[in-house]
Write a protein that binds this ligand. Structure first.
Ligand SMILES: Cc1cc2nc3c(=O)[nH]c(=O)nc-3n(C[C@H](O)[C@H](O)[C@H](O)COP(=O)(O)OP(=O)(O)OC[C@H]3O[C@@H](n4cnc5c(N)ncnc54)[C@H](O)[C@@H]3O)c2cc1C
Length: 394
């Protein structure tokens, strides 16, 4: 069995990369360990960049659109009316659609085939794959794409370090009575999580409530409490571990002379502000395709995406140090000019414009500086109150 390109994992980025390569005339195959393309439901909020990357969003995958993002700390709320509403997408439909597009483009999809490791020989690189009828040795000419998720076996076999990861858990619920289905709500509470809770409507009646946890147990316990507090009844849970970008990641290697490129969660192509990896994973797939078709370096093709992901990493590093009063100050600093800015520039295209924010609102610069210096606003205020009390006593 010989192929120009072998893709491991029928994830969205894997199928998408394979489909473009097949259309460009490459002999390409995707090996997926599961026996059918029927991934668990996952309700995703993405930006309009999704339509730019894959040209169209298939209608059955598009559940809903939301036009308002409400962001709250314990004492302050800001509402941002998005210029282009965010699509709410169902992952399993998106993947099924990408799989059918791959087959229409002449690419092969083999289900029930698990990648095990690489075998180098004088005839080039082979992949050992366990299929329904036993083991196969597959010869690859141009490149291997590892699109096999955060615990990538391709990465492990190619000696590429794994990205850090977190647990994402959300519950499908009926929307609370009177909830505006145009509004996604985000709640920060640093006493519970360094990330946030969310409620994302997926129709006029239903939505998902969730959070990111540093561990699965933490996420489960916090979500359980949050649902009780808000009188929400969980119907079905959606959850998995998701990779986190880190500026030091290098999602490529060579085995013998053959390049190995990681895409999606395997590569840590996830915005760590929101732990959103759908659009950025597809951008990573596009970069890998360009590197293969144009014989350029994947590192160079990834430059713009890396800049974007690094900006999110920097914001996350600042957010991780905020306490609740810090969040109050941050959200309080979202003046009308900042809200207009955030309404225009979506979170998949922040890097070229991010530096403008502190000029629009200098209070943002102060919040960032306090966070960097480790001087939380809460501690600062407490110290000020203590000084005032001490002066009164004097
Ligand atoms: C509950 C939840 C909510 C989320 N919400 C959002 C959101 O709102 N917006 C957003 O952008 N992102 C969201 N994410 C993150 C996003 O879903 C992930 O970043 C994205 O799915 C990345 O996964 P992937 O496509 O790279 O890999 P995966 O989805 O993990 O796919 C990997 C594929 O590779 C296959 N595979 C693995 N090993 C092998 C092997 N050895 N051989 C063959 N096949 C193999 C697997 O079976 C699987 O099909 C959410 C994640 C979760 C869990």
């Amino acid at each position: 069995m010989n192929f120009d390109v072998v893709v491991i994992g029928a994830s969205a980025p894997g199928l998408y990369a394979a489909q473009i390569l097949a259309r460009a005339g490459k002999k390409v195959v995707v090996f997926e360990r599961h026996e059918e393309i029927n991934p668990a439901r996952r309700t995703l909020i993405v930006t309009r960049e999704l339509c730019k990357v894959i040209d169209e969003v298939p209608l059955p995958a598009l559940l809903h659109r939301i036009g308002v993002m409400a962001i709250s700390s314990p004492d302050v709320t800001a509402r941002i009316r998005l210029r282009d509403p965010d699509p709410i997408v169902e992952r399993s439909y998106l993947i099924q659609w990408l799989a059918s597009r791959l087959q229409d483009s002449g690419g092969e999809l083999r289900l029930g085939y698990r990648f095990e490791d690489f075998v180098e020989s004088e005839n080039g690189l082979h992949l050992r794959v366990q299929g329904p009828n036993g083991e196969l040795l597959v010869c690859v000419k141009d490149a291997v794409i590892g699109a096999d998720g955060v615990f990538s076996e391709v990465a492990q076999s190619a000696g590429i370090p794994r990205p850090p990861f977190v647990s994402v858990l959300q519950a499908e619920v009926s929307l609370p009575v009177g909830w505006d289905p145009d509004v996604t709500q985000v709640w920060f509470d640093s006493n519970d999580t360094r990330f946030f809770y969310w409620l994302i409507p997926e129709s006029a009646e239903r939505g998902v409530v969730g959070l990111v946890g540093d561990s699965g147990a933490q996420a489960r316990e916090l979500l359980r409490r949050f649902l009780i507090q808000h009188n929400l009844k969980p119907e079905v849970y959606q959850g998995a571990q998701v990779a986190m970008h880190h500026p030091g990641l290098k999602p490529w290697s060579k085995v013998g002379e053959t390049p190995v490129y990681l895409v999606g969660d395997a590569a840590g192509q996830v915005k760590v502000t929101t732990v959103g990896g759908t659009v950025t994973g597809l951008m990573g797939a596009k970069a890998a395709v360009r590197a293969i078709l144009n014989r350029t370096s994947y590192k160079a093709e990834l430059r713009a995406l890396k800049r974007e992901l690094d900006v999110h990493w920097l914001i996350r590093a600042l957010l991780d140090r905020l306490d609740n009063l810090g969040y109050d100050s941050l959200i309080g600093a979202l003046s009308s000019s900042v809200r207009i800015f955030l309404a225009r520039h979506n979170r998949d295209s922040m890097a070229p414009v991010f530096w403008r924010l502190p000029f629009l609102e200098p209070r943002l610069f102060r919040v960032a500086l306090n966070s960097l210096l480790g001087r939380s606003v809460e501690r600062g205020k407490r110290a000020k109150r203590a000084r005032a009390a001490a002066t009164e006593v004097d």
